[in-house]
Design a protein around this ligand. Sequence first.
Ligand code: SUG
Length: 447
Amino acid sequence: MRNAREFNFDGLVGPSHNYAGLSFGNVASFNNVKSASNPRQAALQGLAKMRALAARGFAQAVMPPQARPNFRMLRQVGFSGTDGDVLAQAWREAPVILSCAWSASPMWTANAATVSPSSDTADGRVHFTAANLNNKLHRADEHVQATRTLRALFANADRFVVHDPLPSTPAFADEGAANHTRFASAYGAAGVEFFVYGRVEFDPSAAAPKKYPARQTLEASQAIARLHGLDAARTVFAAQNPDVIDQGVFHNDVIAVGNGNVLFYHEQAFADEATTLDALRRALGAVDADLAPVRVATSAVPVADAVASYLFNSQLLSKRDGRMALVVPHECRENAAVSSYLAELVASGGPIDELVEFDLRQSMRNGGGPACLRLRVSLTDDEAAAMHQGVIMTEDLYAQLVPWVERHYRDRVEPRDLADPQLARECAAALEDLERILGLPGLYDWS
Ligand code: SUG
């Protein structure tokens, strides 16, 4: 078995971070609509998390933000003239569409792509498929830059392949790694890939949520498993519980997280808990590993508390001593049920023996916790050496990115600022500067 590590690619929050209430089914996004945001603080909070985890020896990298506003989309839907004209007309006639064009949602890189490490794929390369995110207008174009960015970071075709996104139609609704988990006895060992879907397009009898949209289909998950060349015996598809989607669990990573052989999950996460666990046990048996479920009962943490605190939107990180740390947002400590559950969890003698807490409030107010902010990429040492090195988080990169944020980012953005062409110029200047810092000339398509 080759030595491998899990890199977490955290999304660097972009300079247009704002609260536009765009994600129907995401409770926090709806609750904070039109409040003032602080992009500078948001970016610094995210960088503080990256720096702290890198300093502890976890493999950490940064995923650059995307260019906003999305003038291409605004022009595609009929706004015209100069950039200033486009913004003014959209602000007058369609302010919600304007806010979609400005969304900094690419910060939630768990939705950027699904990633299969080389020890799982038929051709021995690391496979990536950028998610089409076609459920929401403000996210539906992210795959264009996400694909371009992934191809820039993972350019070595002997080791990496970045597929085109799935067709952008409801049958293939794909939200990336937020609905995908990998289990293995070690990062470099053959593993089990676990896909959780909310709906089946071509089976009208399959259960589906009634109130909020299901953002991942079985058809999309199966297509990705095919594209990545996964072994059927080591691939598990499971239905999410539609009732929890209707309670605000818009992605599986809001109710479950896995790492190593551990599945940390809420008892209501899956449509059929027993069948799902059986399937995982069987698949893990094929790689000589035993599933270690850590099940959270509704009596300990009701679903509403899990959604409010983002307990399961945590990162489960393997430490050198073989135990795991759970990276949680501050909101977990503020919730009485969750905080007492967590105190018991770390004292229980189970696989998770440490909590690491971060203030990610700017992102959390849009429904994005620690796990939303990162894309996991398991890489062997050779693969890690073959990817672009300029995005690896180091003290030196941190020391460049903090002043970059302070130079370019506003500390307040309100809805009316989205009509301001000056904000658009500031965002472009920031990203032009970032291409240089990260050593990625041509990262953005300014045409
Ligand atoms: O897609 N919020 C994001 C949050 C994504 C969280 N990601 C994971 N669970 N992995 C979403 O709902 C809100 C934007 C706004 O309303 O301004 C938003 O897009």
